[in-house]
Design a protein around this ligand. Structure first.
Ligand code: UDP
Length: 317
């Protein structure tokens, strides 16, 4: 099968490229190398075709979509810190860029998987979050939510194109995916904590650390994406992909220190010191993964300990 991955040099995209190559596909990657990196796919040199470019380049997208059998749309501007610091560019890429990919897949009648996010549920306090949970976001001036808004609109366009034009799309909502190759540069907590722990530097918890998340190893997430893409009953549908085991950020910091045998101290800083104005956090984010289990029998295999160990090994290397 000829697979085309937008964002294929990114964190999830590059792991997906590995899995597709292992499956025997021919793989084409498009990446603008903003949050992605040639380092993530260096080991695939000679095995994949790489285009450095932007998903807003309509002519290029149309050509690459036409030449493929299946499209994995993983490209996005992401990371809370990144979105808040580059708001306009992020909205443009995430919404306008995605629209181009969606329309090209419709026009050429290609199977499409789109990467969405748990962020779309916003700060809905009713946990766990299932696929029909409401979106609860703050005022438009709370610019953190622009990422959720752009992604939600992308999902809505995909859903509508499926209904009106038969677009063969499956939507995947990733919840706090972590693993090797993820960088802490754009705000993600796990690589940030592990990076600090490995250097015995202070681990910085925002607010009081009572906020909680559930982390999912990227290998598990990629397995979910592949199986969803191989299962026709998932066409036109949308799925949470997340881990199990809710943990507070304070507990996460302690666990990272313990597993990396670090001498780091924990430092608490207010959100106002960590993020620009327009930030608000959600207290909990817990996925309900019963729908994907029902459709394809998927469940995550990696524990949080194994996630931390694999990220630490990667960062040391
Ligand atoms: N966080 C933290 N210290 C950091 C980075 C993040 O305490 O160095 C907190 C952040 O405020 C949030 C949680 O960890 O409550 C998860 O943040 P991340 O950006 O990884 O993901 P998201 O907020 O999208 O779940």
């Amino acid at each position: 099968m000829r697979a085309f991955i937008t964002g294929g040099a990114g964190f999830i995209g590059s792991h997906l490229a590995d899995a597709l190559i292992a499956r025997g596909d021919s793989v084409t990657v498009l990446d603008n190398m903003s949050t992605g990196s040639t380092k993530n796919i260096a080991h695939l040199q000679g095995k994949i075709q790489v285009h450095e470019g932007d998903i807003r380049d309509k002519a290029l997208i149309e050509k690459l979509v036409e030449q493929s059998d299946i499209v994995f749309h993983m490209a996005a501007a992401l990371g809370v810190k990144n979105i808040m610091e580059h708001t306009l560019e992020s909205i443009d890429r995430n919404f306008n860029g995605s629209e181009i990919v969606l329309h090209a897949a419709t026009e050429y009648n290609k199977r499409l998987i789109i990467a969405s996010t748990s962020e779309i549920y916003g700060k809905n306090p009713n946990q766990p979050l299932n696929e029909e949970s409401d979106r609860v976001v703050g005022a438009p001036q709370k610019i953190r939510w622009t990422y959720a808004d752009a992604k939600a609109l992308e999902e809505a366009v995909a859903h509508t194109l499926h209904k009106t034009h038969g677009l063969k799309v499956t939507t995947v909502r990733f919840f706090n995916t972590v693993g090797p190759r993820q960088t802490g540069q754009y705000g993600m907590v796990v690589p940030r904590f592990i990076q600090s722990a490995l250097k015995n530097q202070d681990i910085t918890i925002y607010d009081d650390g009572s906020q909680s998340r559930v982390f999912c190893h990227v290998e598990d997430a990629v397995k979910a994406v592949l199986t969803l893409s191989e299962t026709d009953s998932t066409i036109g549908d949308y799925f949470n992909v997340g881990g199990v085991g809710e943990i507070t950020i304070k507990e996460l910091a302690a666990k990272v220190i313990e597993r990396t045998k670090s001498a780091s101290a924990i430092k608490f800083v207010p959100y106002s010191d960590a993020y620009p104005a327009g930030f608000e956090d959600m207290q909990r984010r817990v996925p309900d993964i019963s729908k994907i289990k029902r459709f394809i029998g998927w469940q995550p295999r990696h524990s949080l300990d194994s996630i931390i160990d694999s990220v630490a090994t990667n960062l040391k290397g």
